[in-house]
Design a protein around this ligand. Structure first.
Ligand code: NAD
Length: 501
């Protein structure tokens, strides 16, 4: 394993990356990054204080004029070099991501890291295609055009489930558009966000363009959101914390981008390819040990396929190999922490009182934060396992009769991040894609994402888009520039104010 390194040595200078270098936090509170597969601490660091946030914001503010003034071509070149550094370090990134999250190494290696490299390459290209509306004479006496300008310092807050990809989704569109950024990763998982910022510096991005403060949500996070020199807040995390972030951002009149929780439905019509739906449901419910905001969590299966679907999913779940995240054969790693494992177990244990746990529903006996793939049936639509975000390897399967009912059930939670529809009938899937209220609807698949396509929610899943050219809408502001073409002092419209000509 040539890509393994000693985390304590790599980050001995601290877990804050400000103005192009690592430094220690100054909050006086220490946090430990834990390997959830073993429960062993791998790195102790001092969390960021509010003063550390101030220093990072000042660095980003100082770097803003130079970076905003760089040409799109210059920013694009820097991002291309950045993608190259990330690709060279792919193995180290995969190691660190698997270590801090417990992700199976095949997932980090084949999904998290190449997705991040591809995102970086995408935004390197997109940086040169930032466009305003075309110029024109919308009044006979004037020429108008639209400038798309960066906003300033962006303060971003990210969750622990995909730390590297979340750092990329926040940082890349912001800096490609000419903003500078202060990113606060989750306390549990700072390592790959710090490495990402280091790689940006190594690729030649100016100091202060990408800064990372690793602090607690309540202190460093809230201070970043409310900071007067931060022009925009972009947040990915739970809906509960998103509401708090929205309050602070709104009270300081900031641009706001919220990517929140999900409870994705997986709707199987009675003409679907059953084998494909079963494989899709197991993969999409267990990806990242179910800690994926778009994971399939509620499968609604039309009555004729219901029994076969339930037994197919149970059989396939039984083949999933839990184990050491660094074993290439491991399918399912631990949850992010023992606390998260206990939270998931709490949902399942309470469900035993009103539903049937068909398979799973227990933790294997080892020191890691593991939980077996779990299938639940018979839960009422208004029960918590159907309505709340569990964020673990748990799939609930429920039957439906008419297409109307299947679509209504799919829409019946507060969330609207993602969904899928399974059928061979283009009219049925067409209707589902139109009527399901979610930011993404897959047809006969569930999970794949693309750098070119937007990701973002409807309803309580938030607003704003990550990835794709749409994210530039979030990270730029639009200015109308209007030129007088007449060179006349007493303009025609002045008569409405004084004199009559
Ligand atoms: P979380 O909301 O607990 O924490 C997210 C981040 O917010 C962390 O960095 C945390 O330190 C910070 N934070 C906590 N309290 C804060 C406060 N008062 N002010 C400012 N920041 C604060 O979420 P989590 O448990 O880390 O991640 C899981 C959640 O993220 C799930 O709900 C999941 O659906 C969501 N998520 C959404 C998307 C998406 O694209 N919609 C993607 C990934 C994860």
């Amino acid at each position: 394993m040539g890509n393994r390194f000693q985390v304590r040595d790599r980050f001995e200078q601290g877990a804050q990356f400000v103005d192009g270098r690592l430094r220690p936090g100054t909050s006086g509170s220490t946090h430990t990054v834990v390997d959830p597969a073993t429960g062993n601490g791998v790195y102790d660091y001092e969390l960021a204080s509010t003063a550390d946030v101030d220093t990072a914001v000042a660095a980003a503010k100082a770097a803003f004029p130079g970076w905003a003034g760089a040409t799109p071509g210059e920013r694009s070149d820097a991002l291309h070099r950045f993608a190259g550094v990330l690709a060279e370090r792919a193995g180290e990134f995969a190691y660190a991501e698997s270590l801090q999250c417990g992700k199976p190494i095949k997932l980090s290696t084949e999904f998290d890291v190449p997705g991040t490299v591809d995102n970086t390459a995408f935004f390197a290209g997109a940086a040169r295609h930032l466009q305003g509306q075309s110029a024109g004479e919308y009044s006979a006496d004037h020429t108008s055009y639209v400038r798309r300008e960066p906003i300033g310092v962006v303060g971003s807050i990210a969750p622990w489930n995909y730390p590297l990809q979340m750092a990329a989704w926040k940082v890349l569109p912001a800096i490609a558009a000419g903003n500078t950024i202060v990113l606060k990763p989750a306390e549990l998982t700072p390592l790959t966000s710090l490495m990402f910022a280091q790689a940006a510096t190594e690729a030649g991005l100016p100091d202060g363009v990408v800064n990372v403060v690793t602090g607690a949500g309540r202190t460093a996070g809230e201070h970043l959101v409310g900071h007067p020199d931060v022009a925009m807040t972009s947040f990915t995390g739970s809906t509960a914390v998103g509401k708090r972030v929205a309050e602070i951002a709104t009270s300081t009149v900031k641009r706001l981008h919220l990517e929140l929780g999900g409870k994705a439905p997986f709707v199987v019509f009675d003409d679907a390819d059953l084998d494909a739906a079963v494989h899709g449901a197991v993969a999409a419910s267990l990806i990242n040990t179910g800690q994926d905001c778009t994971a399939a969590t509620r499968a609604y299966v039309q009555r004729p396929l219901y029994e076969a679907f339930v037994s197919g999913v149970a059989d396939l779940m039984a083949t999933v190999r839990l184990g050491d995240p660094f074993d290439p054969a491991t399918d399912l790693g631990p949850l992010i922490s023992h606390a998260q494992r206990d939270r998931v177990a709490g949902f399942v244990d309470r469900a035993r009182g009103y539903a049937r746990v068909v398979t799973g529903g227990e933790a294997p006996k080892n020191d890691g934060a593991y939980y077996r793939p779990t299938l639940i049936t018979g839960a009422p639509q208004d029960s918590e396992v159907v309505q709340a975000e569990i964020f673990g390897p748990v799939l609930v399967v429920l039957p439906f009769d008419s297409d109307d009912e299947g679509i209504a059930l799919a829409n019946d939670t507060p969330y609207g991040l993602a969904a899928s529809a399974w059928s061979r009938d283009v009219y049925r899937t067409g209707r589902a894609t139109r009527e399901i209220k979610a930011g993404c609807v897959w047809v006969n698949d569930h999970i794949p994402i693309l750098s070119e396509m937007p990701h973002g929610g409807y309803k309580a899943s938030g607003f704003g888009k990550d990835m794709s050219a749409y994210s530039f809408e979030e990270y730029t502001q639009v200015k109308h520039v209007m030129y007088d073409n007449t060179a006349v002092a007493a303009k025609d419209w002045h008569r409405t104010i004084f004199g009559d000509r």
